[in-house]
Design a protein. Structure first.
Length: 234
């Protein structure tokens, strides 16, 4: 057995071809995954560093892509800068849709990833490769859906495919558009079913994304429930 703390995680990093939005959806066996593993910057890219997480690699990957590095090149630099890289699982997608991923040799089975245009799906210590396949296939199934919905559906598909044998405790969903602040930033911690709880929160929040995007520029908007009622067909 590999010594040290082991985290079991499954995640998606994705980009919307239509809008250029970027985001990450993730669930894991420990708390606060949204604060440690998600690294996304508008107009730059998305990076996930999981398993034995090193958040510095996420910041490094974004800085490299900000300088014009492609996702595969940024991944090579991240790998070369970390002496414990075989304990990590890395994935990144750049603003052009290039994707790259790496599963370190010291990750516990089942561990692996899939990388294709606009998406990386990765998992470690899950029931099998069907978790990664379900996430990637679901994300790619309907490109017309909003990115936040595609990412969450992908995460839900990974959970339905088996997820982690002992379950998960935390999850996160993070999406950016053109503004420096997040369009979606939902987190669940110390919950017996964080993926389901993310969906509950999302069902409340997704209809209000337009509202919270407008409010910084129009403080005279009505309260959220009133605005939402105005959007419904009469």
């Amino acid at each position: 057995m590999t010594p040290g703390i082991l985290f079991t995680t499954f995640s998606l990093a994705g980009r919307c071809e239509r809008t250029g939005m970027l985001g990450v959806a993730i669930a894991t066996s420990e708390m606060a995954v949204g604060s440690r593993c998600i690294h996304v910057a508008p107009g730059v890219g998305a990076v996930v560093c999981q398993a034995s997480t090193n958040p510095r690699l996420g910041f490094l990957g974004l800085n490299l892509m900000r300088q014009g590095y492609s996702a595969p090149r940024a991944l090579d630099e991240m790998v070369g800068s970390d002496q414990h890289v075989e304990r990590r699982q890395l994935g990144c997608v750049d603003i052009s849709g290039h994707a790259a991923a790496r599963t370190g040799a010291e990750n516990r089975p089942w561990a692996g990833h899939r990388a294709a245009r606009n998406v990386v799906a990765a998992a470690n210590m899950v029931v099998g490769p069907e978790v990664v396949d379900a996430m990637a296939d679901t994300f790619q199934a309907d490109p017309a859906l909003p990115l936040w919905e595609r990412l969450l559906r992908g995460l839900e598909a990974g959970k339905r495919a088996g997820g982690q044998p002992d379950g998960e405790k935390s999850g996160g969903l993070y999406v950016v558009d053109r503004e420096p602040f997040a369009l979606v930033d939902l987190r669940v911690d110390l919950h017996p079913d964080p993926v389901r709880e993310l969906r509950r929160l999302a069902d409340e929040y997704f209809p209000l994304i337009g509202y919270y995007s407008l409010r910084p520029f129009d403080p005279n908007l009505p309260r959220a429930p009133e605005w939402l009622a105005q959007q419904r067909p009469r």
